[in-house]
Design a binder for this molecule. Structure first.
Ligand SMILES: Nc1ncnc2c1ncn2[C@@H]1O[C@H](COP(=O)(O)OP(=O)(O)OP(=O)(O)O)[C@@H](O)[C@H]1O
Length: 305
């Protein structure tokens, strides 16, 4: 098990920021921690990385109890916090050498480790440039470089794609995917489509609790299973549509495009087609509704609020 948390809970002052967070990650790949602002993502990540002491619960990194042997556990973790810990008056070389020392890499291995990580992160051509003179995208790469310089098993990234422009975003995603070939990556975001794009698994937190945890595929199947989008050139009223067996609710997106929530029975499509023919609704399109992900997220979140 690369990461295991057991009933992780944290209280800053009087109120709980996270409660009973149980995470198990056994395989390589990118795992997404999704949650809105204040949901508890950073708190969870800071505890996993040992920069914050939990009020209750346990963290095991590669089987090592992080409270009992924090030094050994930290060897297996790389961390890119929300604000990367960069020293902007240092050059990339100076900064990464400093980080390698902090990570207790043996003296004779430091230079090769710095060279290798610069290559992997595409920053070798800027080796002697001061960090303050780098663009946001390149600073982010330096932040990522420091998180993998000691070749940890688990890399934790707190909102790594936040605030990047569209080109930087594409580059950052590419780099994160490459890193995930060799390391397990746990990353957070408050944007569902970002997690959907990058991750194999999704852990959704809201109000400090896990509200959904499964593969991205299972999440997408779940979302596909419960709604369809239909176009009706001669639409009936909401009430008439709700008369179709299995329909639980109806939402008009445009005067002719309707999102239909149903009970999960796949025969719904046939029933809609039949009803359309029978009542002359002129159904011209019927399909799965992929744009619904954010709505489901809101729905799941509010159930646990
Ligand atoms: N140092 C602190 N002292 C008191 N309360 C805090 C502290 N840090 C976070 N909190 C509270 O704990 C809860 C969880 O915050 P956390 O930063 O973990 O959420 P998050 O999901 O990472 O959100 P964001 O994306 O905004 O960083 C929030 O209600 C927040 O206000």
């Amino acid at each position: 098990m690369i990461l295991k948390t057991e009933n992780l809970s944290h209280r800053y002052s009087s109120s709980w920021a996270i409660r009973d967070i149980n995470i198990e990650i056994a395989e390589h790949g990118i795992i997404g921690l999704l949650g809105s602002n204040g949901a508890g993502k950073s708190t969870t990540m800071n505890i996993i990385c040992g920069t914050l002491n939990q009020t209750e619960g346990n963290v095991y990194i590669n089987g090592i109890d992080a409270r009992k042997d924090p030094e050994a556990a930290k060897r297996e973790i790389g961390f890119l916090p929300q604000t990367p810990p960069l020293y902007t008056d240092l050059t990339i070389d100076e900064y990464l050498t400093y980080c390698a020392n902090l990570r207790l890499i043996e003296k004779h291995k430091i230079k090769p480790a710095v060279e290798e990580v610069k290559e992997r992160c595409g920053i070798a051509h800027f080796s002697s440039r001061l960090i303050k003179n780098l663009s946001g995208g390149y600073r982010q790469r330096v932040g990522i470089a420091q998180s993998i310089i000691h070749k940890p098993k688990l890399v934790v990234m707190d909102e790594p794609t936040n605030g990047l422009d569209p080109n930087q975003l594409i580059e950052a995603r590419k780099l994160i995917r490459e890193i995930s070939q060799e390391h397990t990556v746990l990353l957070s975001s408050h944007i569902l489509s970002e997690i959907n794009l990058l991750c194999r698994e999704i852990i959704m937190v809201e109000s400090g609790r896990i509200v959904f945890s499964d593969t991205m595929e299972a999440f997408n199947n779940y979302s596909k299973a419960s709604t369809v989008l239909v176009t009706l050139e001669n639409p009936p009223s909401k009430e008439d549509l709700q008369q179709v067996k299995g329909v639980s609710s109806v939402e008009f997106l445009t005067p002719t495009q309707v999102r239909i929530y149903y009970d999960g029975d796949p025969d719904i499509r046939e029933r809609l087609v039949t009803a359309s023919v029978q009542y002359g609704w002129r159904l011209t399109e019927i399909g799965f509704d992929k744009g619904l992900l954010d709505d489901i997220f809101k729905q799941l979140s509010s159930q646990h609020a």
